[in-house]
Write a protein that binds this ligand. Structure first.
Ligand code: ATR
Length: 271
């Protein structure tokens, strides 16, 4: 039976084994998917052993996405621009390809609620999560992308990195942003720590769609705030999580699983 796994540190909280096991069930694919906790210094060794022992593909999560990027023999364009890999695929010739499905998972989920073409988009945060999704967002041809970050210099370097692909991208200081946006994506880890952002509420009006990459049992801190400012719609990151998994599953198995029942199962399990 074909072996797959998610690797990270820590990994016990991961929902990926449950998600992929259900995808396999839904698509009649015979495979086994487990979670492997790796001590950081043993990353390459553990991955080598996994593939030598018949492993066919891996998902990679915190803190190994950059290590997986360095490990892969070939990289997709979206992995190259993200400089991070969340999916490793064993090829027939024994080489390993690195891809990044996070951005596709996010964009696919956002498109269920709003087009991104010609929209003014604000991305809050300039860490790995933002970098990982920028190329797939740019591919939707928005009118503009603005990046704000607590540490302004990080927003500036992200803009410099993506300017060759897309001209309408700019950086603004978190405390100085004043414009209103069509779509706002919170890619900070602030909600994870239950913290609110010190950002101008004028960024939101009644037409604004807000997306927090985090998710939980209740509305995230950011989405609670966005609702209070009168946002048209708030969405949490569960769809991105399940979506990136579905795109990884497709890369390995060539079939795209339906995601709605899996999302509902996870929502129910959090109640
Ligand atoms: P990730 O890879 O998940 O993006 P990261 O690289 O540590 O993680 O980045 C976390 C992001 O959340 C950064 O943009 C960080 O801002 P700084 O670059 O200024 O550190 C942002 N962040 C985390 N907590 C925040 C808070 N309380 N207010 C504002 N931004 C916050």
């Amino acid at each position: 039976i074909d072996q797959y796994a998610v690797v990270g540190h820590p990994i016990s909280h991961s929902k990926s084994p449950a998600i992929h096991t259900e995808f396999a069930h839904l698509t009649n694919q015979s495979l086994q998917y487990t979670a492997i906790d790796i001590e950081p210094e043993l990353f390459e060794q553990t991955i080598n052993e996994f593939f030598e022992n018949g492993g066919k593909g891996l998902n990679v999560t915190v803190p190994f996405k950059e290590k997986a990027f360095a490990y892969a023999h070939q990289l997709s364009d979206r992995a190259k621009t993200a400089q991070a890999v969340n999916t490793l695929i064993l090829n027939k010739d024994g080489t390993v390809t690195g891809d990044n499905t996070d951005g596709a998972g996010l964009v696919n989920d956002l498109l269920q609620s709003t087009q991104l073409k010609d929209k003014r988009i604000l991305i809050i945060g300039a860490g790995g999560a933002s970098k990982g999704v920028l190329l797939p967002i740019i591919e939707q041809v928005p009118q503009s992308i603005t990046i704000v970050n607590r540490t302004f210099s990080k927003a500036q370097s992200l803009v410099e990195q993506f300017l060759p692909y897309y001209k309408a991208i700019n950086a603004v200081e978190l405390e100085k942003i004043e414009d209103c946006f069509d779509v706002i994506i919170n890619a900070t880890s602030a909600s994870l720590q239950g913290q609110s952002l010190s950002i101008n509420p004028n960024i939101i009006n009644e037409n604004t769609v807000c997306y927090d990459m985090m998710y939980g049992k209740d509305d995230t801190v950011f989405n609670t705030w966005a609702k209070q400012q009168g946002a048209k719609k708030v969405i949490d990151g569960l769809g991105m999580l399940v979506g990136q998994a579905a795109f990884s599953f497709y890369l390995w198995r060539g079939v795209t699983p339906k995601t709605d029942s899996v999302m509902q199962q996870i929502r129910d399990s959090m109640k």
